[in-house]
Structures are given as C-alpha cells and as structure tokens.
Ligand binder design. Sequence first.
Ligand code: FAD
Length: 475
Amino acid sequence: MSKQFDVIVIGAGPGGYIAAIRAAQLGKSVACIDAWSTKAGTPAPGGTCTNVGCIPSKALLQSSEHFEHAKLHFADHGISTGDVAMDVSKMIARKDAIVKQNNDGILYLFKKNKVTFFHGTASFSKAVEGGYEIKVAGKAEETLLAPQVVVATGSNARALPGLPFDEQKVLSNDGALDIGAAPKKLVLIGAGVIGLEMGSVWRRLGTEVIVLEGMDKFLPAVDEQIAKEAKKAFDKQGLKIELGVKIGNVDTSGKGVKLEYTNAKGEAQTLEADKLIVSIGRTANTNGLNAEAVGLALDERGQIVVDDNCKTNLPGVWAVGDVVRGPMLAHKAEEEAVAVAERIAGQHGHVNFATLPSVIYTSPEVAWVGRNEQQLKAEGVKYKAGSFPFLANGRARALGDTTGMVKFIADAETDEILGVHMVGPMVSELISEAVVAMEFKASAEDIARICHAHPSLSESTKEAALAVDKRTLNF
Ligand code: FAD
C-alpha cells in the first residue's frame, strides 16, 4: 500500500532538506527521500554540500591554513613551535567527524519538524489521480504518493571523456577530500572554485600543485581587477596555474599519472604526477529518476527544465538546486527550496538571483555579488567604481594579512550599488553586508554614511563605498 503525503521531496542536499523542513513548517505532511550513505551504509543526508562539498572542503581548508600559519607566520608573533608536522589522517578524521555532525543534525531537524525520512533511491513510477507515485528502493521497497513533488537530486562531478574517476589516481572532489597522505605532486584540471580550493589545501600541506585550465582567462566570472589580484597572490604562494591548455592523453597504467597537454603557445608538454584531480564542472543527477515515466522534461545537458519559479513542465512537480539552471551553489539551492515550499503552501516565495553572493574560500578569499566591470561595459551601463586596499586597513595589519581589496561599483547617475567585489581576508563574511545593501537597493553613499566598528575589516567596505566618489579617508 502506498503512503500518502502532501509533499514528497527527492534528495536531502541543501535544496531538498530545506524544502522539506519549510514545507513541514507550513503545515504540510512531508516525505524526504535521500540515497546518500555513510561508508557503514547508514543514511547521510546533506547531499554533496555536507558529504563531499562545502563543509568537508572548508574543514580541510581550515586545517591546512592553521598548518601554514604555524609554519610560516607564528614566528612573526613571537611564537616558537619547533618542527611543525601535519598528521593528514587526523585532519581527515576531523573532517569526517564534522560531516557526521551535519548528517546527524539534519536527521534531528527532520524529527523536530516531523518530516518523514526515507533512505533509498527514489524514482517516478507513474502519474495517478491526485498526484504522483514515487518508488523508493532502499533496504525496503516503499511506494509513496503525493500531489506535490520537489526534485532536488543535485549534481555529480563530470569526468574527462574516456577517463572515469577511480578515486585513487584520478580523483573527483570526493577523492580529493579523502587523500590519506599529502602527495608529492598533484595535477589539477580546472582552475574554478573547487579546483582552487582543493589545490590550496594540498599545496599548503607541501604538495607541488599544478593547475591546468582550458580557458585563457583566469576566473572569467570574477571582476578582472579582483581576479588579477587573486592570481598574483596564488602565484606568490607557489600554486602553479597554466591557462589556455588543451588536455591530451592521460596514462594511468604506471605508478602515478602521465598527462600530455598543449600549452597556450601550442607547445606539446608532458607532466607526471602522483594523482590527478579533475574539476571541470558538474552534471545533473537525473539518471535514476525515471523522468520518462511521467514525461518530466530535461534539457540537452540533462538538467530539469524549470521556469523562474522552479516549476517543471508537470503540474505539481518542482525542481531546485544543482539539478536545474543557474549557479551550482548551496545557498542558491536553499533559497529556491524555501520559495518553492512557500509557493506550494499558497504563498509568494521569491528568489532574487541578482543578489546571490559567490565565494572562493582560498587564501586570500574571493567574494562578489552583482555585476562586474566587464559585464557593465558589455551592457553599456554607465558606472563609477572605487576600491580600498586591505593594506590601508588597521585590522588587516593586526591580523598580518593585508592582501587584496574591496571594490564597489555604483550607477553613475543614481549611485545605486551594482556590484561589490572583494579579494582578501575573511571576505566570505564581509560580502554579506554588500548583499544586504543591494537587496535594499542602497547607494554607495548609504554604505559610506554607516558607522562601521573600528578596527574591523568591514571598514574597508565603507572606505570602498567612499572611494566610489573619490573621497576615501584612510587611503
Ligand atoms: P546535492 O547537495 O547534490 O544533493 C542531492 C541529494 O540527492 C544527494 O544526497 C543525492 O544522493 C540525492 N539523490 C540524487 N538522486 C536521488 C534519487 N533518485 N533518489 C534519492 N536521492 C537522490 N556551494 C556553496 O554554496 N558553497 C561552497 O563553499 C561550496 N563548496 C563546494 C565544494 C565542493 C568540493 C563541491 C563539489 C561543491 C561545493 N559547492 C559549494 C556546491 C554545493 O555543494 C551544491 O551547490 C549543493 O550541494 C547543491 O545542493 P542540491 O540540494 O541541489 O544537491
């Protein structure tokens, strides 16, 4: 017999578990189904983000940053440590414990909000009167029924054609977060957010890291001035980034990996390394869904086709997060999830895609919201820009990290903030002020007139807002 719910959510990543909780808060009876398992086979809700994405990557970035600070910077503070060593297995165990806390936290939240959780793979069975029949294949087979279905099945790392991940020598993000000891040499294909974060972790632990990028521009989505500053910092750290390369044959038959490629000058090159991390984008998880059974429309890339409100082509079926168009970010998935749950409950959920922040958690961090100079130029928008370097910020000096800047871009006539771009210490936190300002359609002058605590990194935000009208006080 099928179990009846108001809403069935497929996937318990940030899109799925948040949709389930919000729908339950709004009085719906909700089932959430997720396939992810721990190594022991127990449920591991949280999706890519919790298990092999946002959370574990930040745990490793933190450990490796502490290690680098202890090695390179503690002495500046008068702290002597003797030899500093890294126990990689302990670092990985700490990361695993943090992931587990998050898995358990989500199971607790399901209980608290009365969401019924099913551990297994969900697929559409058929459309029936009153909704959709969903099969769950897990330890036990279940049949669920609901008039509303939210698909939040996320994405998977894309492999190079003909080179599947073995997670030993050819790694996706899954394997890159689980290397047992720092390799001597690592090649990374793809200088995107994930590539730079993973490259930073292992470089800090002593690995020689070479990043190969097909595009001839570094971080093309980032404001050019900010990307240039970030590249300068990564070069200085010894992260070797080669742009404009074409990957050729990859041979994994030996002890490590032998990779052939053509560099930007068209010269044939060969590299040997212990491991290869491939980080060239992600593909939507729609394979197991049996979308054909109900005629759920997918696009040519395998993503579920949705409108601006995350409605699919089927009445009562919604899709959110990585499985649909738009940036593959956990907070984008969460915002869509809340909006969909509210729409299901008859409310008017809304997502402002223009104010989604993006962050790269390297050191220096890179963060931005809104449009950058190259986009505004292409659109013919008249703007004014101003920046403030952390070098002139007292708190950054006290921290011992003065890399980078905050940059404001405002409309030339109205002064409305069009974009804020940052590279430097803790800008992942600073960017929120810019997001709030843009949500409230603030002008650069508004930020410039707000009192910011002294000494704080956030004073650089105020000063950059002042810089738009060329009236910084401390630079
Ligand atoms: P997912 O998190 O992928 O969750 C989908 C879930 O659905 C999974 O648990 C999957 O097992 C399950 N599922 C799939 N098919 C089925 C099925 N048929 N039946 C049942 N369950 C199914 N984003 C950020 O915003 N900030 C970051 O710092 C960040 N860092 C990242 C670092 C790395 C290394 C990676 C890989 C990604 C990172 N991301 C980051 C991206 C972020 O993880 C994703 O955008 C986010 O997880 C998408 O959420 P989602 O709910 O759409 O999908």
